[in-house]
Design a protein around this ligand. Structure first.
Ligand code: PAF
Length: 288
């Protein structure tokens, strides 16, 4: 029921974007790996509200998966993705084959130092290089645009912002709030891996982050105490194995000795075969 055009060639995407700008239209870009859920739909809808035309990209990027991760199992359903993108207001879906994006060995990799050796970068070495490389390619293909990314992947958003600035891409990177299920679970394509029982357990991650944010709001300025508050909540849920809990400066992603200013509280956990991440913001004002 959609008149969304699906294109698979880089040259077509570049020509489409140039044509749009030539006609005086602003271009929105929503990069995804498919398996679109309401969080992605919100990104597309925001892009459609702020831009004249929107391209949603659907590409499961092998470069950002380490050996042993879920590249092969990652959910793929292009027809459904096209329908979700169309319903959100996308104009075009770019769904290239792996050979189109990476026709040969990849000799050039984009690495954003500083922001990628911490947090999930420690648990997933090379992951953010893969993300930065594919997003740089998409930015190069599309050209001047506004590009929309969810805050659920907070570190990814910081990496992409920095990459776009450092490489002078004519792209405005727009961060969008995490979309949550009514019970607090952050929407993620990887939630599809959860059994019914695990799905009921998974919202503990958001409750734990809320407990951490509450501790900060209550005046706690010791990062270790906030991490302990988060960990304690997760520990009460046997189906959720916490991998990491961190409190960092929201801009630098570095752990401060004492909490002040804009902070981000982040968790990563294994729930069954899913590895889930989530985060919330907190503000540590002066005087507490
Ligand atoms: O967030 C994602 O889905 C991916 O990391 C992205 C930004 C599309 C790059 O492959």
């Amino acid at each position: 029921v959609s008149d969304v055009e699906v294109i698979g060639r880089i040259a077509e995407l570049t020509a489409w974007a140039a044509r749009q700008r030539g006609a005086g239209r602003t271009v929105g870009l929503v990069p995804t790996m498919g398996a679109l859920h309401d969080g992605h739909a919100a990104l597309v809808a925001r892009a459609a509200a702020e831009c004249d035309v929107v391209v949603t990209t659907v590409f499961v990027n092998p470069l950002q998966f380490a050996a042993g991760e879920d590249l092969a199992a990652y959910p793929r359903d292009l027809d459904r993705d096209v329908a979700v993108a169309a319903a959100g207001g996308a104009t075009v879906v770019f769904a290239p084959a792996v050979e189109e994006m990476y026709p040969g060995e990849v000799a050039t990799t984009v690495r954003v130092s500083g922001l990628t050796e911490v947090l999930d970068g420690l648990a997933r070495p090379g992951h953010f290089d893969g993300v930065a490389t594919v997003v740089a390619k998409l930015f190069a293909m599309v050209g001047a645009c506004r590009a929309y990314f969810g805050e659920k992947d907070f570190q990814q958003l910081a990496v992409v912002r920095r990459m776009a600035a450092d490489l002078s891409f004519p792209v405005v990177v727009v961060g969008c709030p995490t979309v949550r299920a009514p019970d607090g679970l952050a929407l993620s394509s990887r939630n599809a891996y959860l059994t019914a029982e695990e799905r009921l357990a998974a919202p503990v991650l958001h409750r734990a982050l809320a407990a951490g944010a509450e501790a900060v709001a209550g005046g706690e300025r010791d990062p270790a105490a906030v991490v302990a508050a988060i960990s304690e909540v997760v520990a009460a849920e046997p189906l959720v194995a916490l991998e990491s809990a961190d409190v960092v400066d929201a801009a630098t992603l570095r752990a401060p000795g004492r909490l002040s200013g804009e902070l981000r509280l982040l968790v990563a956990a294994k729930v069954g075969r899913a590895r889930l991440i989530d985060n919330v913001g907190a503000h540590a004002g002066p005087g507490s």
